[in-house]
Design a protein around this ligand. Sequence first.
Ligand code: PMP
Ligand code: GLN
Length: 380
Amino acid sequence: MKIKSKLPNIGTTIFTTMSALAREHNAINLSQGFPDYDCSPKLKEAATHYINTGYNQYAPMAGTIQLRERVAEIISLSYGSNYDPDSEITITAGATQAIYTAIAAFIHKGDEVIVFEPAYDCYVPAIEVHGGIAVYSQLKANDFSINWEDVRKKITQKTKAILINSPHNPSGTTITAKDILELEKIISGSNILVISDEVYEHMVFDGETHNSVAKSKILKQQSILISSFGKTIHTTGWKIGYVAAPKEIMNEFRKIHQFLVFVVNHPLQLAIADFLADKTNYTELKKFYQAKRDLFLKLTASSRFVPLKTSGTYFQLMSYKNLSDESDTELAIRLTVEKKLATIPLSVFYSEKTDNKLLRFCFAKKDETLEKAAEIICNI
Ligand code: PMP
Ligand code: GLN
């Protein structure tokens, strides 16, 4: 049979590839972003409770009302912004499905979407599969901030959406209140939709607050806010996330959502809703991850790698310019095979595979894992 691929240039994701290589070589895995510790026992008790008490059939299409109400509460408490749980919040199978669904719902053939590079890997394939065109704007090389002049130049009649991600994977940087103002100026009075990937919303450090699109009255009207519980409650394997958007936008989103997944895992939604009634389960996350970041930086301070500033996420970028001329991919593979430490080369997040000699390290790991990893790093 002859297959005409819709994504002829796409292979297996780097996260799958590096995690497999780490397993094969018994390497410490700081590549793919996931914790090596378990979620809370209370959350597991709640999950088994709902499985054991009969919540094993379809949930309502938009998600259980308990979890939608909880999401509305979290957004209201975190950003002072109100979304109607009935018509403006939908529970998804993680952020990946939410992003794909948002793109499927709004991007027509020939529409342009502004994407910032380096970019998380699921954005562009979703755009292209729907006949859209990714228009790249490079984040500034020194600090990964947005070049708004460049963005303005790239807006055309065909621009349908701008995809933003803060806190940003892979750089660990965050957008500022000034960025929000710039974005407001660009989209107000236009038909441009903002697709805002905020999966690391509760992980911002050093006293900063997260600049969600929900905080801006102007942006909120034209934005789809996307997040994932996987990051917030250490359950990347549960694949549950959420979307918040004004009613008219949400109507269109749900038209696709109902035929893509229809509904999401029922008992786990109820468990998450219960668990997040305790606000400290998300408000304390920044402290937890800031301590991990600081420990990782302290443990690797004497190494020849140079850390970049991380103000959010659970990723730390390190420059190896002082160390090697190898390409980042060659080095990441060699470190996994020879030194037993897996990382992610940054070039994979660029369409042109731009190599700035940077590796991404995930610090969502037990302190003892970070200690073992740091020992290797300091000996390179
Ligand atoms: N966006 C970003 C920036 C991510 O890092 C991830 C996953 N780590 C996702 C989306 C996907 O989240 P999920 O696992 O909930 O699909
Ligand atoms: N988002 C995670 C990362 O950046 C990985 C998720 C995945 O494997 N798709 O490492």
